[in-house]
Design a protein around this ligand. Structure first.
Ligand code: 9UX
Length: 68
């Protein structure tokens, strides 16, 4: 499965690393690509192993907002 999340508040490379790292720590997430310019985050994941809510929480824990 693949999804694209819209994340608000990422402006620098550290933001990118924080969001990417937090998502990659989740079991079931296989690939994360952050687009700093647009705030879009492409995520490849295994369906059933991880939910969109898990991803949202991981990003919010880092201090960023996810728009649905
Ligand atoms: Mo630097 Mo990115 O303060 O939020 S980590 S802009």
């Amino acid at each position: 499965m693949q999804t694209t999340l819209n994340v608000k508040g990422m402006t620098c490379g550290h933001c990118e690393s924080a969001v990417k790292g937090a998502l990659e720590e989740i079991k079931g997430v296989s690939k994360v690509k952050v687009h700093l310019d647009s705030g879009k985050v492409d995520v490849k994941y295994k369906e059933g192993k991880v939910s969109l809510e898990d991803m949202r929480e991981a990003i919010e824990d880092q201090g960023y907002d996810v728009e649905s």
